[in-house]
Design a protein around this ligand. Structure first.
Ligand SMILES: *Cc1c(COP(=O)(O)O)cnc(C)c1O
Length: 237
């Protein structure tokens, strides 16, 4: 296995890579926000990342957000994993963006809990661009209907963009086709701004494929392994 640097070294390395790739794409480095994915990581490790300049963290399990919320320094929390409706209530007052909305049922529950909390929740729609059975998300074709339904019925939700998890390919260049498809879909909505539909975020790219994602227009990259090292899945996650 490759030697990993400290968390600070790794954050700095990703930031330089981000600078290099955005320049290549003719974009500004600050157009792309680095979200540190902290699943299976301790509060101490997360705080180390925050000390290294991380402002946003992503978790994929409600339980981990609840366990770590009070132990982590001031930071924005992102829910990036599959979210069960019955757990929305635990995180509605903790996260600033839910990346993984892929059903009307989930949107309705988010809407209800946001109303009770007196807030509007920012969400992204998760697209399963490669139509993999193993992945959550809806297809591009299903997106318009879900967006219409949310706009019609959910008054406490603001749809801010799209998210996708690309298939794993040895050569990340091979997934650019999926990033391209999601970017194209994203662009259809960026001109239709209203209070409830205000597309700003395109969440694509992980440790393995974030360069390709930035080249295709991503502005939120979700990086775990390249910051914290390989995850240990002993505890069943
Ligand atoms: C784990 C995870 C990531 C980060 O993956 P790495 O390969 O560790 O960078 C990004 N997005 C989602 C939805 C994840 O679950």
């Amino acid at each position: 296995m490759e030697e990993m640097g400290t968390i600070r070294d790794n954050v700095e390395a990703i930031n330089s890579k981000k600078e290099e790739v955005t320049a290549r794409a003719g974009r500004e480095p600050n157009e792309v926000l680095l979200i540190a994915v902290t699943k299976n990581r301790s509060a101490d490790e997360i705080n180390e990342a925050i000390d290294a300049g991380i402002t946003d963290i992503g978790e994929n399990k409600v339980q981990e957000i609840m366990d770590k919320y009070d132990k982590v320094k001031n930071v924005r929390w992102h829910m990036i994993g599959h979210l069960q409706s019955n757990k929305v209530k635990y995180i509605i007052d903790k996260v600033s963006l839910i990346h993984s909305v892929d059903s009307f049922k989930l949107a309705e529950e988010i809407d209800k809990r946001a109303a009770q909390n007196g807030t509007t929740m920012d969400i992204l729609i998760q697209i399963n661009a490669a139509r993999e059975d193993s992945k959550y998300g809806i297809t591009s074709d299903e997106t318009e209907k879900l967006i219409e339904d949310i706009l019609g019925y959910c008054k406490n939700i603001r749809i801010r963009g799209l998210m996708c998890v690309a298939p794993f390919e040895d050569d990340p260049e091979d997934v650019r086709v999926y990033f391209k498809e999601v970017k194209k879909l994203y662009d259809r909505y960026t001109s239709q701004t209203s209070p409830a539909l205000d597309f700003r975020y395109l969440s694509m790219g992980m440790s393995h494929d974030f360069e390709a994602a930035i080249m295709e227009g991503s502005n939120l990259i979700r990086i775990g392994t390249a910051i914290f090292g390989e995850r240990n899945y002993q505890n069943g996650n």
